[in-house]
Design a protein around this ligand. Structure first.
Ligand code: ADP
Ligand code: SF4
Ligand code: MG
Length: 345
């Protein structure tokens, strides 16, 4: 982990993305909306890794696409170094987009099989030739291969000649090509074998220090981001349930959803499990087109009460923990936030 500063490089404010649901072929009528991202706010500090964790379909990739300007928000703001990117001139936006790059989930489908590795890694230079003039590109690409631990002599090979882990190294090299400040990593190791995941995460950790990068690191499982994250945000059905430092989230979670997710994290040491409770997360995630009233987690929450159906909990530091220095004092969107000693299954 790099030493993060307390300067936010990105500020996400009340971000909303609703995908319209339409019916009819000739006269398309909007009959509803998929509330993929519904009022999400967080900061990404310079040099830090913010992990974003949640089950499939909770809106993680949509957040990533909004930050990359690949999707337009329904409402809300994304501030880059304090400036609203929606209000930038096209030239200024192009510079911002250069500084925010992405590494995708699936290294098998995200690399064009008909392009050589050299062309894949060098592709961003076509859009931003100012970073590497034509004559310098091959040298730059060879350097990038070396930086991610691949043999520069592989420059003319094709993606199918590499393993999954090597392909993700190629994806990372492409993400680094333009010397970005921020890399949005959308489940970069989820498609890889467990044995390879740690190698790729270690590489990303090293690159973060070397190039002073800020990472937004998306995963569907808390155990994957633990090693690399300075802070973690837990998402459920388009909203943040809880956000805090790694210690706050892993050792002092106060939201029932985070506690349930942690309960499913394998723990190497089986000692002392007996006194703690194991939480089994029952049922499926409801549809984001028709989320439950009040707290969205209430249909799966073992603590739900009448109030939970009526009143949506705000993401805020629970008052009872406001002046507490135990680690529980961090934002949690639950009316009944409290610590719980869970079995790490
Ligand atoms: N372009 C789209 N049109 C309609 N619905 C979408 C679109 N992209 C994503 N969704 C829906 O938004 C929700 C969140 O998706 P996504 O952000 O991909 O979740 P995650 O990455 O956490 O699995 C899902 O219900 C998904 O089906
Ligand atoms: S607000 Fe209610 S339903 Fe939601 S997480 Fe808290 S206790 Fe569970
Ligand atoms: Mg996704």
């Amino acid at each position: 982990m790099a030493e993060p500063t307390r300067e936010p490089i990105l500020q996400v404010r009340n971000l909303v993305k609703h995908f319209p649901l339409t019916q009819g072929v000739l006269f398309r009528r909007q009959i509803g909306a998929v509330k993929a991202v519904d009022d999400v706010s967080f900061d990404l500090y310079q040099g830090e890794t913010l992990g974003i964790v949640g089950e499939s379909g909770c809106g993680k990739s949509t957040v990533a696409k909004l930050l990359m300007s690949l999707e337009k928000p329904t409402s809300g703001q994304i501030l880059y170094k304090g400036e609203d990117i929606a209000k930038l001139s096209s030239r200024a936006l192009k510079a911002v987009r250069r500084n925010i790059q992405m590494v995708f989930q699936d290294p098998y489908t995200s690399l064009n099989p008909r392009m050589t590795v050299g062309d894949i890694i060098g592709e961003p230079f076509e859009i931003h030739p100012e970073v590497a003039p034509k004559g310098d590109r091959e040298k730059k690409v060879r350097e990038l291969l070396d930086v991610v631990g691949l043999n520069p002599e592989y420059i003319n090979r094709y993606p199918h000649q590499f393993s999954g882990g090597q392909r993700q190294r190629i994806g990372i090299a492409r993400g680094l090509a333009l010397n970005p400040e921020i890399i949005i990593c959308d489940e970069p190791v989820s498609a890889l074998d467990v044995s390879v995941q740690a190698q790729v995460i270690n590489l990303m950790d090293r690159l973060q220090n070397e190039f002073d990068l800020s990472y937004l690191f998306i995963a569907h499982d808390l155990s994957i981001v633990r090693h690399i994250s300075d802070r973690v945000g837990v998402m459920y059905l388009g909203k943040l349930a809880e956000i805090g430092s790694d210690t706050e989230i892993y050792d002092h979670p106060t939201h029932p959803y985070t506690q349930a997710l942690l309960s499913a994290v394998p723990q190497p040491d089986p000692a002392g499990r007996d006194s703690r409770e194991r939480i089994i997360l029952a049922g499926d995630v409801p549809s984001p087109a028709n989320p439950p009233s009040g707290c969205r987690f209430r249909t799966r929450c073992w603590k739900a009460e009448a109030r939970c159906a009526e009143e949506a909990p705000l993401l805020a530091i629970p008052t009872r923990f406001a002046s507490d220095d135990s680690g529980a004092s961090h934002p949690s969107a639950c009316h009944f936030a409290e610590e719980k000693d869970v079995v790490h299954a």
